[in-house]
Ligand binder design. Structure first.
Ligand SMILES: Cc1cc2nc3c(=O)[nH]c(=O)nc-3n(C[C@H](O)[C@H](O)[C@H](O)COP(=O)(O)OP(=O)(O)OC[C@H]3O[C@@H](n4cnc5c(N)ncnc54)[C@H](O)[C@@H]3O)c2cc1C
Length: 455
């Protein structure tokens, strides 16, 4: 409940981004009587569960929404939606002006890694499309109130990628083109059925084959070999035989996806040039590559034109730069990445979840949230769990404990903020909440801002 007053001195921590990792950290701290301000740019806090994970994951998405709701619905958590750090809230002001105990960035990885050909961004939405806005559109366009960018998908698109998210992109293309082809024949089909059963069985049901639709499939291009595709994790210490079996399994995963969704695949291919005609990017120059000793080498003079009405870049997501946070290449620069420590000082800055791990999956974000949250609570703020404590996996607790021991020597437990300081900070929060019309507590707000047709 936003209106709860902190009667006693306590710690106050701002968590930026309220999704998987952010809600987990907020919960851990709130359960230890810390006042937590969850700053979220969107009305709802579900992050990539709502805007990334494709909407055919119906049950998983609903379950994860509710997990996040349960974590954030705590009287010590003050939810501040529609507030973007770097736009509505200045990072340096938050760090130096608010007098907080700590700030934790759980803002995920929302920037598409730039397409690796100079000048490509000039052609965004004029032939070039990035994965994150495309999937956002796919997840939301059926909502009656959707007013974001719209994409007209085309047959024969090129997708540059290779990870799991790029498989989702080709699935979106193939499913949408099939639905369109069927609609042109007056047939309405169900996206979920196509995703579940695959394209051919559904077409067969209508006495049709893929070739009857006259739709060119999209093609996924990958710069390494199919065996290198990061479709399943191979532990660095896996014995060679096991690693080889896992690599073969990757090829099987791809084969199965191709059988079901009928897209084309080309390995050892890398974009090296743009083809532009009449103010649009109409294709790319694709060069061949070789992989030797784990390194990719572009074969000189091997470029050939690959024409396509749209090229979709799905080569990974990286953290968005934030003024005040030092960066190293594509990622934030850490004082100690093991504990997510970005900046030391009176108000230390931490990061957790996808922004820290670089891994785009829910479990890793959750585990990271648990570990960093526990570290901040126990070592940085000096808060021990009450009663049975936060349920942690043994591995997560052990790791947090080890990290805690390492940091304990250099960071003393913080002093509690006085009641007056806490009241001042919470007054700022309430002022912003009023400005954006936040009312009715967390659950009331979520009810108000969730469209009836959100999937
Ligand atoms: C196409 C696709 C398919 C996927 N499929 C799977 C899958 O099958 N299984 C799986 O486990 N994972 C999958 N993932 C990945 C998974 O959804 C994410 O890795 C995970 O949910 C990330 O959680 P997070 O809390 O670290 O970050 P996010 O969910 O990205 O949360 C970050 C939050 O911070 C907010 N935020 C960002 N910047 C600011 C700012 N400046 N100010 C305020 N708020 C901000 C965002 O709005 C968001 O709510 C997929 C992702 C994509 C894109």
């Amino acid at each position: 409940m936003a209106e709860s007053v902190q009667p006693n001195p306590t710690h106050v921590v701002a968590v930026i981004g309220g999704a998987t990792a952010g809600s987990e950290i907020a919960r851990i701290l709130a359960e230890r009587k810390t006042a937590v301000i969850v700053v979220e740019q969107n009305p709802r806090p579900y992050g990539k569960i709502e805007d990334g994970l494709p909407r055919w994951h119906v049950k998983q998405r609903r379950d994860e929404y509710e997990e996040i709701n349960k974590r954030l619905d705590h009287p010590n958590i003050h939810y501040l939606p529609l507030t973007r750090l770097g736009r509505d809230l200045d990072f340096n002001e938050l760090r130096e002006g608010w007098g907080l105990s700590a700030v934790v960035l759980t803002n995920g990885a929302w920037r598409d890694r730039p397409f690796p050909v100079d000048g490509a961004d000039e052609w965004i939405d004029k032939g070039l499309v990035y994965q994150n806005p495309l999937i956002y559109w796919f997840n939301h366009y059926p909502e009656a109130s959707y007013n974001g960018p719209r994409y007209e998908l085309q047959p024969g698109a090129t997708v540059v990628g290779g990870g799991l998210a790029s498989i989702d992109v080709v699935k979106v293309l193939q499913i949408e083109m099939t639905l369109k082809g069927l609609a042109a024949r007056g047939i309405r089909e169900d996206m979920l059925k196509l995703e579940r059963e695959g394209i051919e069985p559904v077409l067969k049901h209508h006495n049709l084959a893929w070739s009857d639709l006259g739709v060119a499939p999209c093609t996924l291009y990958y710069r390494r070999r199919v065996l290198d595709m990061p479709l399943s994790d191979i532990s660095p210490d896996a014995p060679p035989k096991r690693a080889e079996a896992m690599r073969l399994a990757r090829a099987k995963i791809l084969e199965k996806a191709q059988r079901k969704f009928l897209f084309e695949f080309r390995e050892l291919s890398v974009p090296t040039g743009l083809i532009v005609e009449n103010g649009r990017m109409t294709g790319i120059q694709m060069s061949r590559t070789e992989v030797a000793d784990g390194k990719v080498r572009t074969v000189p003079d091997s470029a050939r034109p690959v024409l396509a009405p749209m090229t979709i870049s799905s080569i990974g997501s990286i953290p968005e730069p934030l003024a005040g946070i030092p960066t190293k290449g594509e990622v934030y620069q850490y004082v100690n990445a093991d504990i997510g420590l970005l900046l030391e000082g009176r108000t230390a800055i931490y990061a957790a979840g996808n922004v820290l791990t670089g891994k785009g999956n829910i479990k890793d974000s959750l585990v990271s949230g648990t570990q960093i949250g526990t570290h901040i609570a126990e070592t940085y703020l000096g808060l021990k769990p009450e009663g049975p404590g936060v349920p942690l996996t043994d591995a997560a607790r052990e790791r947090a404990h080890q990290e805690g021991l390492r940091m304990a020597a250099s960071i003393e437990a913080r002093e509690l903020l006085s009641s007056e300081k806490v009241a001042n900070i919470l007054a700022r929060v309430r002022e912003r909440q009023r400005a954006i019309g936040y009312e009715g507590g967390y659950r009331g707000w979520i009810k108000k801002v969730t469209p009836a047709d959100l999937q």
